[in-house]
Design a protein around this ligand. Structure first.
Ligand code: NAP
Length: 258
């Protein structure tokens, strides 16, 4: 399917690896020019070189922490953007009783206030030009809380509320905002969480992965490339009537009728 977005410009945050990279790759495959971002230069440059070579699109890299004001200013200076994909590392696991005010502020900064600041920066230009697509990478934890990820449950719920209200205010100008909710995907983040289980329970990595896979009706972890393909569709010309939705990509793991 031709997504109809060749030649558009996208900012894909936190995109040297994992789900962000999956989104960058699917957009590059659709002919979209990219600004890619991450803190570490090596993986970022390698990912950018790979996408340039395979898809012949323009790829600019901006090294920096997207959760800081300076990091956001550096990527936004490369605008204007037709497409924004927000993403950042997720908060660490822990226990509800242990998190301090500072822990919450850090999680809110990374997973709620950063995507909101990025949207506030790019939405006016998109509305003026009459076209725009925003996709926020959030989490299955928005629909179904994950006990050890209370910081994620909390911060992403706040972002979801902002998107629910704001998406309806910009849709009339040709701009859509939607959230993608990943369940378990085979990325460094998932491996780190499996590693914590290995350590806590003294089981092997294979056992940890197989136990978690057994909780997913699809019987496996998701892949960054199928996640990215869904993101690219949401950014396509065909998705202009999808507004303010929370799309779950979890292999059926959330046991709910709606
Ligand atoms: P990942 O494999 O660890 O990749 C994270 C990417 O983001 C890397 O490119 C990393 O590069 C970059 N990054 C992290 N923090 C950054 C920051 N502050 N500024 C700029 N770049 C940053 O993670 P992932 O699995 O793709 O997860 C992406 C998001 O989805 C996270 O918020 C995660 O909590 C959420 N999620 C993931 C899963 C899953 O199963 N994978 C499930 C639910 C939710 P640098 O380290 O070099 O900056």
């Amino acid at each position: 399917m031709d997504l109809g977005i060749a030649g558009k410009r996208a900012l894909v945050c936190a995109s040297s690896k994992g789900l962000g990279r999956g989104c960058a790759e699917a957009l590059a495959d659709a002919g979209v020019d990219l600004v890619m971002n991450a803190r570490g230069a090596e993986a970022l440059e390698a990912a950018a070189a790979d996408l340039r070579a395979r898809y012949q699109v323009n790829v600019t890299t901006v090294k920096g922490d997207i959760t800081t004001e300076a990091g956001r200013a550096a990527v936004l200076a490369r605008g204007p953007f037709d497409i924004l994909v927000t993403n950042a590392g997720g908060p660490p696991p822990g226990q509800w009783s242990d998190w301090s005010r500072e822990d919450f502020i850090k999680a809110l900064d990374a997973n709620m206030l950063t995507p909101i600041a990025l949207m506030q920066a790019v939405l006016p230009g998109m509305m003026q030009r009459g076209w725009g697509r925003v996709v926020n990478i959030t989490s299955v934890s928005v629909k179904s809380p994950i006990a050890v990820l209370g910081l994620s449950n909390s911060a992403r719920a706040g972002l979801t509320g902002f998107v629910a209200g704001t998406s309806r205010q910009v849709a009339g100008k040709g701009v859509t905002i939607n959230n993608l909710l990943p369940g378990i995907h085979a990325t460094d983040r998932a491996i780190a969480l499996d590693g914590a289980v290995v350590k806590a329970r003294g089981i092997s990595m294979e056992e940890a992965i197989s136990e978690r896979s057994a909780t997913i009706p699809a019987g496996r972890y998701g892949t960054p490339s199928e996640f990215g393909a869904t993101c690219a569709f949401l950014c396509s010309q065909h998705a202009g009537f999808i507004v303010g939705q929370n799309i779950l990509l979890d292999g059926g793991a959330t046991n709910a009728t709606l």
